[in-house]
Design a protein around this ligand. Sequence first.
Ligand code: HEM
Length: 512
Amino acid sequence: MAIVSILLVLGAVFTLYVVYQQRRAAKLPPGPRRLPIIGNLHQAPTGAVWLKFQRWVEQYGPLVSLDFGGTSVILVGNYDIARDLLDKRASIYSSRPRSVFAGELATKNKHILFKPYNEEYLKHQRLEAPVMSPRASACYTPVQDLESKQMLKNFLSSDDYSAQFERFTASIQYTLAFGFRIVTGEEWQLKANHKVLENAVAAIEQGRWIVDALPFLNYLPACLAPWKNTGEEWYKLWDDLHMANMQGALDFDGWNWTKAMLHSKEAQQLTKEEIAWDVGVLCDGGVETTNMTLRIFTFACITCPEWIPKAQQELDAVVGNGRLPDFEDLENLPYLQAVVEENFRWRHIVPLGIPHATTQDDYYKGYLIPKGSTIIPLFLTMRGDTQLYDSPSEFRPERWIGKTGPNTFGYGRRVCPGRFIARNSVAIAFARLLWAFNIRSKDEEPPVMEESRFTTGFVSSPKQFEASFEPRSEKHRRVIEESFESAEKDTTKILNQIRDRQLSAGLEPMVH
Ligand code: HEM
């Protein structure tokens, strides 16, 4: 009798639960039909995930809801909705989805990208803010100036754009973060960084770690959960590199982010290791992102070169051929600025943006967005919107003359802190590369712009292709050589010049 009663109660509770779930599901945005318990897990795409997500947006509209094994996932396929939710309601849309492997095991909650939005996260954001502000970032141009001059000079003897772009972006980030340059690209720190970044991309890869889909599996002992040892191993590599870089930064003369952050008021609430991670992540955050943006630019030069003569005519008219374009020239180069905007639109390095998560239930246009939902802004879908862009696969800077382009650096309270530095690095690199070289395909049949030319994964950029960088004239070659020859290369002097620029801009660069 007692057993029958218990079964009846359990049955009633289960029925109520199913009815509750169905009622809630009825309020969600539309989406593909879900199965009990697993939801849409069986339909979870792999590879170029964004293509399947885009098809769902075409089928169900710009707001799509999915259920991945009990986690509500909301796809956002249009700029207006992304702004409405992620910017205008940022106070409840700025957390991150739980990531067991990458966030908890491989980085032990020390990587800012994976941190949930709470008081603990804000301590780290406040620590970074002074070195990332627009005014502080404007003081870093001497580093971008030197590194772009070396990049041009290196292109005179080698077309290996992968190596040149990586050295350029890494040297900017390492100089600012730790006070030393990446001169050859063979430095051990950069080699160690390769391994760490390779692991980082694998750690975030969707569908790779079963524990991310089924977090309860993390309660298993390590002998039954092999990912735990992998996580521990990757964490150690990462931690050792950050700690070694911090020590290096303290040993170098001159100002750098590590010293500035360690001496700040906010640092008193954090451990040295946490600060080493914060600086390390800021450094890493700018290397691959900027590097991939330059690869995309080069791919645009060889797949749709029609716009290049206009950009070069503008540079010739404003700068002439007797000197390199400078930061001061940028405001007089509207076409070049439009090239930067179009590059960010044409192909974004994170096709699915970086997911946010909600911290409370919300309603939007009558639809329920449940607390704990993963919100995915479909960057590529938005950039390919044919309602907004005529022939979106074509590279047409004209779309942006006198206008700013689409949101490149994310949303709300998680917007990319490196956006001011990144824009300056990209703009000066584009201006100088276009001024200096004719960038052409080395293949008889130049590649065409199509999806299969891009890598899949959390970040995406053009797969390897051949390009030549030929100086536009002998005069251009000489200017490139002389500009690098006469550039200040002493890192300590450059960094102290940056500290002084910050002081005269009324900032406190925080170092004794
Ligand atoms: C062209 C270059 C870059 C692009 C396209 C880019 C793009 C992004 C995007 C889309 C996000 C996610 C924002 C969101 O969640 O809504 C992000 C976050 C981030 N970026 Fe960048 N970024 C670039 C360069 C940089 C640079 C130069 C740095 C450092 C100096 C940096 C550091 C970071 C960090 C630390 C985060 C995590 C923010 C957080 O979760 O609180 N990025 N970036």
